[in-house]
Design a protein around this ligand. Sequence first.
Ligand code: TXA
Ligand code: MG
Length: 346
Amino acid sequence: MIISVTPASNLATILEPAVQILSRSRLVAIPTETVYGLAANALDSAAVNAIYTAKNRPPDNPLIVHIGAREMLQPLLPKDTRVPECYRELMDRFWPGPLTIILPAAATVPRVVTAGLDTVAVRYSSHSITTVLINACGFPLAAPSANKSGRPSPTTAQHVINDFGSEIDCVIDGGQCEVGLESTIVDGLGPEKVILRPGAISLEQIQSCRGWENTRIYSADDNAAPRAPGMKYRHYAPQAPVMIFKHGISTERLKECMEMQVDSASGKMRVGLLHLGAEWPVSLPECVEATSYSLGEDATTAGQRLFDGLRAMDTMDAVWVLGMDEKGVGGAVMNRLRKASTREIH
Ligand code: TXA
Ligand code: MG
């Protein structure tokens, strides 16, 4: 079932079938301001198990729990535990919104949600459909991005349908996601406060909060046991190999590198080009048959369009991307691109 929501829809009424489906331990794909999520009742182990099966998700990669009001937070924490002070300013400034925080988990949060960790990731989305849905359900929703494991995250209902077809009971179509990149994940529980995944709430914004001045983006190489288990998996990749040309690369070097990538002897090569601005900045090798996809004018539009662009390039022989400045959201865009790519050329 596809529930199409328009600005004129009465949310409580139109979402009622989705509430029923979730209450029966089944899955519903939901729009959020970041990407679409594949949601189940977070307090129901059987329902959450169905998410792992549908996505083909490794069982050691925990899920984010979505709440629809601050009051839903306390029951997720161990008895007599308060939200750590270091999260107060972050929550006040960025919730509801594209920020996920890591908290100590109550024993009542199913192990399948946390993948056996003693912490739980929590997000309060600003999307009105998701907020109304969660509050109508009366329970929080566990929701990873609604893509098959390893694929680019979905930013439209059609992306979800392309990955799952009729495998899931219900997709709520809320249009294109406003941010387009998954939430920023922060962990303030360890001796060092870290950003586990950069997102639309940028490094600079997190660093402007008290106690977070020295935070940095955690890298999987830092430690043998990754603090965000999802980091060790390949992500976001279209079927074609993705190559990044580093931001600021000279025209001569870019031309030289493109020539090295093509094998003129084997005929035409179908290349998908992702770039800011109207067109690829230099002329292409002769044997390249190009499909160009503009990421818009700046890092914000690049975030909105990136996953759609990667999905559009599925059938190409190769995908070439021009890197961008890593300030603000640009850092999150480049983080996703690096995970999707096989090489970065300097
Ligand atoms: O924007 C988003 O966050 C989207 C929408 C649907 O809300 N959700 C999303 O979920 O991106 P997912 O499952 O694709 O990514 C969740 C990430 C994974 O890298 C996972 O390892 C990490 O969060 N994670 C979940 N629980 C964690 C925990 N307790 N400690 C550390 N990392 C955790
Ligand atoms: Mg994901």
